[in-house]
Design a protein around this ligand. Structure first.
Ligand code: C5P
Length: 416
C-alpha cells in the first residue's frame, strides 16, 4: 500500500529540541508554566532555570510537574554531581535559551556581562541562540538605559519577542506586557526553522585585510576591521551551515565553531581559498584583499640611512574571486564592492567580470558607515538584475539581510 506524501505529517520542528527556559521575577512568571506545557506537548525537552526572584512568584513544582525534570535555581546545589560546571553544561546542552519573562534586571545583567546567579552565569557562558521576552512596567521599559541595553544585546545577536501593549499587572496600560504564549511559540517556530535553513551547506567566508610585506617589519594593508565577515559567518552558523573562515589579520576575534584558516598575504589567501573551493557550496568574499604587493622580497629591514627616497615596485595580486568565477561548478559566489563613486555601476561590472551571483555594495566615502564602523548601509545586487537596499544598521543586522538574500537565491536554485 502506498500513502500519498501529503498524508505523511512533517516532523514538528520542536520535536526533541532542548530548550532552556529561564524564568525571572515578574508577576507574569506564571505564564511560563503555560509556555513550558505547550513546548512539552510539541515534543521539546524543557529545562527550567528559575531565579531567586522568580521563586517568589511561582514554585519549582509547577514547572517540574510539567517538564518531569528538576528545576535549577542555584549555582551551588546541595547534592550536585558537577556543581562547579552546572552553568556550562546547562548552556552548552541546549539548542535554544529562552528567557520568558525577562525583567529589566536580567536584560541589564546580560548587557553588561554580570554573572551573579545561575541564569545570568549560564547566559554569559553562551553557546546556543538566546531569545528574550521582556516583561515590565512601561516606564521601566522606555527608560533610555533599558532601551540601550536591549540594543546592545540585539547587536550581539540576541533576539527579542515582544513586549506587547496592553493592560499591565500594575494597573497601568502601555507597552511592556509579556508576549502571549501562543505568539511566542509561533515566533520560536520560525526561529527554529531558520536555524536549519542552511543545514548541509558548506560556506567559505573570508574576512580581514591582507598584509603585503615590504620588509620583515613593514607591510601594506588596508582599513578592513573584519567585522562584516565575522558577523556573516556567525549568521551562516546560526542557520545551520558549516563554515570555513579564512581570515587575514582583523581587529575582532574570529567566530567560534567555524573551521579557522589564518593567512597574511593575498597570495596565501588565494592558495587556501582555491584549495577549499571544490568542497564548498557558497563563497562570501568579505576580505579586503590587497590589489598589489611589493615585487621585491626583502629579507632584512630596509635602513633609512643614506636614503633620500624609497621606491617600491608593486605587482598585481591574483584576483581570487575572478579565478573562482572561471572555475565554478555549483558554487554560489558573493563578492563585496567598496567604491567612492559610481558605486552601483562599478559593482555591476565587477559582478559580470568576476562571474558572481551576487555583490554587496557599500559607499566608502561616507564616514558613518563601512570601514572600522559598527554600522553599514549596503545595496545587494543579483546577477539576474534583482536589487535590495538596506537601511543604515548595525553590521550584524546587515549580515542577516545579506544571508536572507543568499538563502532565498539558494532555494530558488534548488527548487525544480
Ligand atoms: O575588484 P575589487 O577589489 O573591487 O573587488 C572586490 C571583491 O573582490 C571583494 O569581494 C574581494 O574580497 C574580492 N577580491 C579578490 N581578490 C583580489 C581582490 C579582491 O577576491 N585580489
Amino acid at each position: 500500500m502506498t500513502i500519498s506524501s501529503s498524508f505523511v505529517s512533517q516532523e514538528d520542528v520542536f520535536q526533541d529540541k532542548k530548550i532552556l527556559l529561564g524564568v525571572t521575577g515578574s508577576v507574569a512568571a506564571y505564564k511560563a508554566v503555560g509556555l513550558a506545557s505547550r513546548l512539552v506537548k510539541r515534543g521539546a525537552k524543557v529545562k527550567v532555570v528559575l531565579t531567586k526572584a522568580g521563586r517568589q512568584f511561582i514554585t519549582p513544582l509547577a514547572f517540574s510537574s510539567i517538564t518531569l525534570d528538576e528545576v535549577c535555581s542555584s549555582m551551588f546545589p546541595e547534592s550536585p554531581p558537577l556543581a562547579a560546571h552546572l552553568h556550562l553544561s546547562l548552556a552548552r546542552g541546549a539548542d535554544l535559551i529562552l528567557v520568558y519573562p525577562a525583567t529589566a534586571n536580567i536584560i541589564a545583567k546580560m548587557a553588561h556581562g554580570l554573572a551573579d546567579d545561575l541564569l545570568s552565569t549560564l547566559l554569559l557562558a553562551g553557546g546556543p541562540p538566546v531569545v528574550i521576552a521582556p516583561a515590565m512596567n512601561t516606564s521601566m521599559y522606555l527608560q533610555e538605559v533599558t532601551q540601550k541595553n536591549m540594543s546592545l544585546l540585539e547587536e550581539r545577536g540576541v533576539m527579542f519577542l515582544g513586549p506587547e501593549e496592553g493592560d499591565l499587572a500594575c494597573g497601568e496600560y502601555g507597552v511592556g506586557r509579556l508576549i502571549e504564549e501562543e505568539k511566542a511559540i509561533e515566533e520560536i517556530d520560525v526561529l527554529l526553522r531558520r536555524s536549519t535553513q542552511l543545514k548541509g551547506k558548506k560556506f567559505l567566508i573570508t574576512a580581514g585585510g591582507t598584509r603585503e610585506p615590504i620588509d620583515p617589519v613593514r607591510f601594506i594593508t588596508n582599513r578592513s576591521s573584519g567585522k562584516m565577515g565575522k558577523y556573516l559567518a556567525e549568521e551562516a552558523l546560526a542557520r545551520g551551515a558549516e563554515v570555513i573562515f579564512l581570515k587575514a589579520p582583523m581587529n575582532v576575534p574570529p567566530p567560534v565553531r567555524s573551521h579557522l584558516i589564518e593567512v597574511e598575504t593575498a597570495q596565501e589567501m588565494y592558495q587556501e581559498a582555491l584549495r577549499v573551493f571544490p568542497e564548498v557550496d557558497v563563497v562570501v568574499m568579505a576580505a579586503a584583499v590587497s590589489d598589489f604587493y611589493p615585487a621585491e622580497k626583502v629579507e632584512e629591514k630596509i635602513s633609512k640611512k643614506e636614503r633620500k627616497e624609497l621606491t617600491l615596485t608593486l605587482l598585481p595580486t591574483p584576483d581570487i574571486l575572478a579565478e573562482m568565477g572561471k572555475g565554478k561548478e555549483k558554487q554560489f559566489l558573493v563578492g563585496f564592492s567598496a567604491e567612492t563613486d559610481q558605486a552601483l555601476e562599478r559593482a555591476r561590472e565587477k559582478m559580470r567580470d568576476k562571474g558572481l551571483n551576487m555583490i554587496v555594495v557599500n559607499d566608502i566615502s561616507r564616514k558613518d558607515i563601512g570601514f572600522g564602523s559598527e554600522f553599514n548601509q549596503v545595496t545587494i545586487l543579483h546577477q539576474d538584475g534583482g536589487q535590495r537596499e538596506t537601511p543604515r544598521a548595525h553590521k550584524r543586522l546587515i549580515s542577516r539581510a545579506i544571508m536572507d538574500e543568499i538563502v532565498a537565491r539558494l532555494s530558488d536554485l534548488n527548487s525544480p
